[in-house]
Design a protein around this ligand. Structure first.
Ligand code: NAP
Length: 207
């Protein structure tokens, strides 16, 4: 049986990240979260921070844009999962993973449409293009990766069609369909959490 991965979350205290962090702990992974110092005393984040403490998440103080803290955090784990917001540039994570040379898998923050297969109009077009650029940076850096494309599931409504989750991995595995839901008007947070249990099990198959 594959051993459990030691996972670092960047953006774990965010709207989406908090669910994945909790799922990681529940799945038995040693779970670390890179957090900014101010976040620990931010009243808006108290509930999330307290929950992480009760779950046994290890906090590492740092910042996405502070190379030293990022590198120090990355050197302590096998897997990096990013859930930073759309406005945050993930190039610093890619550079740090490349320099650290110890990461078995990187999951960049996407959790949306498959940005290599969309035909969008603005403003979505530019947003998807910047995500696709991050994919190209990861591939050029030679980092093992998995892209999680979960389409619209949170804060958005699905009026038609089905919701599905795909993972695209390197080096040998091609896109693997993880799960498909029947058409629904919306997908609940519960469904999202089960999605990540599913993804983390998939992740363990690489360890
Ligand atoms: N498909 C969908 O339906 C859907 C819906 C929503 C989101 N998403 C995707 O999910 C991902 C996460 O979005 P979100 O809405 O959860 O984002 P969010 O709530 O804005 O969370 C952003 C996270 O990044 C952290 N962060 C920001 N700047 C940082 C920095 N300089 N250093 C370290 N950490 C920093 C934040 O920390 P603090 O807690 O300190 O602020 C927070 O933990 C995005 O890729 C988004 O596109 C998809």
């Amino acid at each position: 049986m594959a051993s459990k991965s030691k996972i670092l979350f960047i953006g774990g205290t965010g709207y989406i990240g908090k669910f994945i962090v909790a799922a990681s702990v529940k799945a038995g992974h040693e779970t670390l979260a890179l957090v900014r110092e101010a976040t620990l005393s931010n009243p808006d984040k108290t509930q999330i921070i307290d929950n992480f403490k009760s779950l046994g998440v290890k906090f590492l103080i740092g910042d996405l844009y502070d190379k030293e803290s990022l590198l120090n955090a990355i050197k302590q784990v096998d897997v990096v999962i990013s859930a930073v917001g759309h406005g945050q540039y993930q190039g610093s994570i890619i550079a740090a993973i490349k320099e650290a040379c110890n990461i078995k898998r990187f999951i960049p923050s996407e959790y949306g449409n498959d940005v290599d297969r969309v035909h969008a109009v603005e403003p979505a077009k530019s947003a998807f293009a910047s995500r696709a650029e991050i994919r190209r940076e990861i591939e050029a850096a030679g980092i093992p990766y998995t892209y999680v494309s979960s389409h619209f599931f949170a804060r958005y409504h699905l009026n038609t069609g089905s919701a599905s989750v795909w993972a695209y991995s390197s080096p040998k595995r091609q896109g693997r369909h993880l799960r498909r839901w029947k058409p629904k008007s919306y997908i609940t947070h519960f469904s999202f959490k089960s999605l990540h249990f599913f993804s983390l099990e998939y992740l363990d198959s690489f360890a």
